[in-house]
Design a protein. Structure first.
Length: 172
């Protein structure tokens, strides 16, 4: 397995892992929160999709997909608003701010697939190049790998939310 394949497969494996924790969520539940757990399922999916899409931009030079994101504080039935799921944003229970649940999942999965494809197609020089991410510099290879950890953290948030909302375990 090449380094490119390893990076791509880490993203795809994480897509499947996070997906397991989505059982039981639907359009009505996608914006439900619980005490001390403010990030609901729709926000988590949109946030992970946006962050992965920003990494993909650095690899393939393509902008955010217009069919999945709209620049601004509010999304619609088909797209996430970039500011509504960006780092530091505050999730809202307003259903009209986020796409329908199935569309949230579709956008997340599409972002995983695009990032994996971009990682597979990247040259060694691209993966070794450095980029600014937040307040630090990192290589694009490390940034792709970081997305698996980032998505895993948000899978944990969804898992915690599932328990708080009384959902059955998906691990049993």
């Amino acid at each position: 397995m090449t380094a490119n394949d390893l990076l791509a497969e880490s993203v795809l494996a994480n897509k499947q892992l996070l997906g397991r924790f989505l059982a039981g969520f639907d359009d009505g539940m996608r914006v439900r929160t619980a005490p001390s757990l403010p990030n609901h399922a729709a926000w988590n999916l949109g946030h992970c999709a946006l962050v992965m899409s920003r990494v993909t931009e650095r690899l393939d030079g393509q902008p955010l997909p217009d069919a999945e994101f709209i620049v601004g504080p509010k999304g619609d039935s088909q797209r996430f608003g970039t500011e509504s799921v960006a780092f530091g944003s505050t999730p809202t229970s307003d259903h009209t701010t986020y796409p329908a649940f199935a569309r949230c999942v579709q956008i997340f999965e599409s972002a995983c697939d695009r990032l994996a494809a971009a990682a597979r197609a990247a040259t060694p020089a691209q993966l070794d190049s450095t980029t600014q991410w937040g307040s630090s510099q990192t290589t694009l290879a490390m940034l792709v790998l970081r997305m698996s950890f980032h998505n895993g953290m948000h899978a944990g948030q969804i898992s915690d939310l599932r328990r708080a909302l009384g959902f059955k375990s998906v691990l049993a």
